[in-house]
Design a protein around this ligand. Structure first.
Ligand code: PSU
Ligand code: MN
Length: 302
């Protein structure tokens, strides 16, 4: 049921650093061909950082840990790929289906594969209006129970960020801003939310991950890594576009799994591509930090 790419299998055998990557960002988060180009750039960033990338997806009932170039390209163009989270991950494999893994499903697969570090763009969280829709991403509960350190540029700014971080606190998830005192807001480097924790080195993050395991604490860590200042979009510039996209989603009755892909696609159009350019920059930045953390973790040999 699990298939490892040869370089991932070799890295596992040698105890070499590996970084997991998700595939929903490819199938539901970015348009073709930028999605595939970005996936390849991100894999290259991880290799340049001395780790092996393992992009994760279910293809025809097989859970792949590491994709070939052909698989990545096919996935990037396919139209009918499922978006898999904790609830439907096993069902997809059981039926021989094809699905892309969200943050939650990628964490589960990484844990199964013995991979401790995972890079993505932004985690899912509490949607605006969740007090009536109850739309809270399964990513938050996964962070509370699966021991993988997730490097993201914060939660996506289309969400209700204060409520998202409140839920993470309730669930006991360490939210660690990298190198600054405020939480980043995905396309923007800073926000007015103070970071619950701050760390300035990959070594510290890696030690905290290992220590949580030794203390018997379940769950992972969320590393909130700010987008490089030169690539960011100021929150004030983005706010009217986010509000417009949210209003359209509401008017069109977009719900459940479709909400995040709809909002990201509309923002791409409304910002004339600027949101995608920033998204690509932040994912690559996260990949570089994740590779550093994985290298530190491999030294401790967990
Ligand atoms: N990061 C990105 N783009 C994305 C995602 C992350 O830059 O599209 C995906 C992840 O797979 C994450 C999902 O788990 O968005 C959140 O979906 P939802 O809000 O439906 O839980
Ligand atoms: Mn949701």
């Amino acid at each position: 049921m699990i298939h490892y790419a040869p370089d991932v299998a070799a890295a596992k055998a040698a105890g070499a650093p590996i970084v997991a990557l998700e595939s929903t960002i490819i199938t539901h988060g970015m348009p073709y061909p930028q999605n595939v180009e970005t996936a390849r750039l991100v894999e290259g960033d991880i290799r340049a950082g001395g780790a092996v990338p393992a992009t994760i997806a279910v293809i025809k009932g097989v859970l792949h840990i590491g994709l070939t170039d052909d698989m990545l390209d096919a996935l990037g163009q396919a139209q009918d790929v499922a978006k898999l989270s904790r609830a439907d991950f096993a069902a997809c494999i059981a039926r021989g289906g094809t699905g892309a893994t969200t943050v939650a499903a990628t964490m589960i697969a990484a844990r199964m594969a013995g991979i401790h570090v995972f890079a993505t763009g932004g985690i899912g969280g509490v949607h605006r209006g969740a007090e009536t829709s109850f739309d809270i991403s399964a990513d938050l509960h996964e962070l509370a129970q699966t021991p993988v350190t997730v490097v993201a540029a914060g939660a996506k700014a289309i969400l209700d960020l204060p409520k998202t971080y409140e839920v993470l606190e309730t669930l006991g998830v360490p939210v660690i801003a990298f190198g600054q005192d405020s939480l980043p807001a995905f396309w923007s480097a800073t926000s007015d939310l103070p970071a619950p924790l701050r760390m300035d080195s990959a070594a510290e993050i890696s030690r905290a991950h290992v220590l949580r395991g030794q203390m018997g604490l379940p769950g992972g860590q969320m590393i909130a890594n700010p987008i490089p200042a030169a690539d960011q979009i100021p929150a004030a510039t983005l706010a009217p576009f986010i509000n417009q996209a949210l209003a359209e989603a509401e008017a069109q009755g977009i719900a459940a799994k479709s909400v995040t892909p709809f909002l990201l696609a509309r923002l791409f159009e409304l910002t004339k591509g600027a949101s995608l350019t920033a998204n690509i920059a932040l994912v690559r930045n996260n990949a570089r930090l994740a590779a550093e953390i994985a290298c530190e973790m491999a030294k401790i040999a967990v």
